[in-house]
Design a protein around this ligand. Sequence first.
Ligand code: ATP
Ligand code: MG
Ligand code: MG
Ligand code: MG
Length: 540
Amino acid sequence: MKQSQMFIPTMKEKPADAESASHRLLLRGGFIRQNAAGIYSYLPLGYKIIKKIETIIREEMDGTGSQELLMPAMQPAELWHETGRWDVYGPELMRLKDRHGRYFALGATGEELITSLVRDFLNSYKKLPMSVYQIQTKFRDEKRPRFGLLRGREFIMKDAYTFHDSAESLDKAYWDMYHAYCRIFERCGLKYRAVLADSGAIGGKDTHEFQALADIGEDTIAYSDSSDYAANLEMAAVLETDGSEKGDSLPLEKVSGNQEISGDIKIAAHWFKTRTDTVVVFIKAEDEINDVKVKNVLNTDLIEPLEDVNPDPINPEKDVLIFADNALKHLSRTAFYNKTEDATYFHLDPDRDLSIQQYDDLRFIKEGDLSPDGQGIIKFARGIEIGQVFKLGTKYSEAMNATYLDADGKAKPLIMGCYGIGVSRTLSAVCEQYHDDNGMIWPKSLAPFTIHLITVNPKNEEQFKLSDQLYQQLLNQGYDVLWDDRRERPGVKFADSELIGCPVQVIVGKKAAENIIELAARREKERVETSISEMASAIS
Ligand code: ATP
Ligand code: MG
Ligand code: MG
Ligand code: MG
């Protein structure tokens, strides 16, 4: 492409409100523009990279036998009512009403929609397993959209769903996806770790997150270079104490369901202390509390009431414990919960005791510790969650009555897995890892153009002629070339070239008449004079 005809609005100045390198450089390089908080346009250069990421994802998803489809972004509210998530999802779910008064959600995720689509078709074990995926815009009204594409309110996600008739079949799909994700992120050039994670509000149990290493990342991961062990730090505490299978049953892992937290939170001011941390517990109860006594729920040995312990019994169906933020690190992986910016909402399992004593032996992983498998020393790093794979089980199929007939003719709920990749977030994560102060340094696999051909002075006939000739030649050789044919000052051209970050620069300047050009790798910056005849071998 000729740069004189392209829409690449680079910025000389650092944008004031961009707090991360990726946000700043994507704006400055003319890759994206903000339209509203957390809502962006992908300009031609940025969209080229998005499409390259999508191509890698499509190739690897197709390779697992998954079929691409496209579902609407606008989803009927009825489906979200079927699973109860219309009420549970909270303010992150964007909702709207049509002219007939019917409500819709702008898809934050697609479990309901896909389950509704396949439930009639997948009526027999003979049609299982099945795997589908889409690349579609998602909407989440994030409380704090930030860091540009890293936490948007409208963003591009690849979401895949698999359907099975056995845990073994799900397990196979899960690990196939896991390995496909590894290949995707490797092909994107990312330094990342696949870590054990928590299943959060989505339900289900087995789950890994893919975390791109970057200081700006919002998660902290514990990993070791010489062991396979890697976990989201919050998960790491639990694994350490579990002692049994990784991620296996913890006291409160299975719970009855999720409920929306609404109305005022009544504070009953239960304080209790564990050996590892002081935890503040508030109890919210909208209705009269009865059923279970407080002391049945909390092991009183470890409770040091700092104020009156509320003598009221707890109704485990309705009441919600809210642990203060500092407790989150230690206890948040033990119960089904809703995480918000300010607190974690735990839902009690009526069938189980919430005994704080269970955590009496908690040891939390620290930097320098031996990894749980004994194979290495633990390090901490910050990570950006670029993808996640989940074993959902039957949570959605049960709620939505999506059943198949097994070989004995018995109706059973479909067993499901779901698998997400933040496409636009991946772009930002790559930026965080591939830049210097002057701009982007794209990995070859994602670069918007492989070669930036820069004509220092296009008004000079020799320079222009040689550039035109090289441009055609490089295109014919199959290179993706951006030709800076603009009548701009050389300083502007070189600054823009650094911002745009193509891996190779071919500079046509003063020695054009002698058929001599300069070559530079964006990463090294050093320019090397080369004759035209030697250029081809130098580039490849
Ligand atoms: P986070 O913990 O960062 O809020 P999440 O766990 O809520 O992410 P998932 O529901 O697992 O996100 O969605 C799948 C993927 O979509 C994530 O792994 C992430 O890469 C991407 N993603 C989620 N939220 C956003 C967002 N607001 N902006 C950009 N990408 C996002
Ligand atoms: Mg989220
Ligand atoms: Mg997450
Ligand atoms: Mg996630």
